[in-house]
Ligand binder design. Structure first.
Ligand code: CA
Length: 239
C-alpha cells in the first residue's frame, strides 16, 4: 500500500491539469492525470488514488458516467469540477455518489481546502487492515500484450519499451480495444465510447484510425494479428 496521498485528476483541459498538478505536488500529494473518461476509470481502478478530482465535461464518457463507474468498484472520495450551475444540479440530482463539487472557475486555496476536508472525512474508513489484498505492482495502471505495454498512468503505449507516437484518439481507441480484449466491439460502440455522444461523424472514422493504429502496433499491418476485423460488426483485440 502507498504511504503518500494520491490524487487522480480527470480533466481534459491541459492548462488546468498543469495548474492542478503543480499545486497538488507542491502540497505533497502524489498526482496522476487522465485526460478522458476512459483513462480516468482505468487509472482510478488500477492506481488506487486516495481522492479523485473529476471534471464533468470529458471526451469519451462524461464525468457523470465516470463517477458511476468508479463508484461500482471504489469508495474513493470524488470531488466533481463543474463548469456551469446546471451541472451542479445534475450532479446532485442524480445522486451519483460524488462527495463534493466545486464550480469553475475556482481558487486554488478553496480547492486545496476542500481536498483536505474530504480526506479528513474519509480517512477513518480508509485504514488498511493487515492482510488486505494488495495490487500486484506489475498490474498497476498497465495493460501488457506481448511486446506492447499500455501505461494508463503515464497515458502512453510502448512497443518493445519504446513509446509510440499516438494521437490522443489513437491512444483512446487502443485502450478501449485492449480493455475489451477477446471481445468483439462494434464500430458503433467504439464511436460512442471513444469519440463520444456529441461526435457526428460516421463509422468510417473508426476504420481509418484502426488502420493508423495497425501501422504502429502490428508487425505486418497488412495481416494484422492484434486488431482483428470482424466482418460486418467491428473489431476484436487479440493477445
Ligand atoms: Ca472538460
Amino acid at each position: 500500500m502507498h504511504d503518500t496521498t494520491r490524487v487522480l485528476i480527470i480533466e481534459d483541459e491541459p492548462s488546468l491539469v498543469e495548474t492542478l498538478q503543480y499545486n497538488l505536488v507542491r502540497e505533497g500529494y502524489e498526482v496522476a492525470a487522465a485526460t478522458d473518461g476512459y483513462g480516468g476509470v482505468a487509472t482510478a481502478t488500477n492506481w488506487q488514488p486516495d481522492l479523485v478530482l473529476l471534471d464533468v465535461m470529458l471526451p469519451g464518457i462524461d464525468g457523470l458516467e465516470v463517477c458511476r463507474r468508479i463508484r461500482r468498484v471504489s469508495n474513493v472520495p470524488i470531488l466533481m469540477l463543474t463548469a456551469r450551475a446546471e451541472e451542479i444540479d445534475k450532479v446532485v440530482g442524480l445522486e451519483l455518489g460524488a462527495d463534493d463539487y466545486l464550480a469553475k472557475p475556482f481558487g486554488m486555496r478553496e480547492l486545496l481546502a476542500r481536498i483536505r476536508a474530504l480526506l479528513r472525512r474519509t480517512r477513518p474508513s480508509e485504514e488498511v487492515s493487515p492482510g488486505a489484498p494488495t495490487v500486484e505492482p506489475a498490474a498497476v495502471g498497465r495493460h501488457v500484450s506481448g511486446n506492447l505495454i499500455i501505461d494508463t498512468v503515464r497515458h502512453e503505449a510502448l512497443l518493445d519499451g519504446v513509446p509510440l507516437e499516438l494521437k490522443p484518439r489513437e491512444y483512446d481507441l487502443l485502450l478501449y480495444l485492449v480493455e475489451h480484449r477477446g471481445m468483439v466491439v462494434s464500430r458503433e460502440s467504439i464511436l460512442e465510447q471513444v469519440w463520444g455522444w456529441s461526435y457526428g461523424g460516421g463509422s468510417r472514422t473508426v476504420d481509418v484510425h484502426v488502420r493508423w493504429l495497425r501501422e504502429k502496433i502490428e508487425a505486418d499491418p497488412s495481416t494484422p494479428e492484434r486488431i482483428q476485423t470482424v466482418r460486418g460488426v467491428g473489431y476484436r483485440f487479440e493477445g
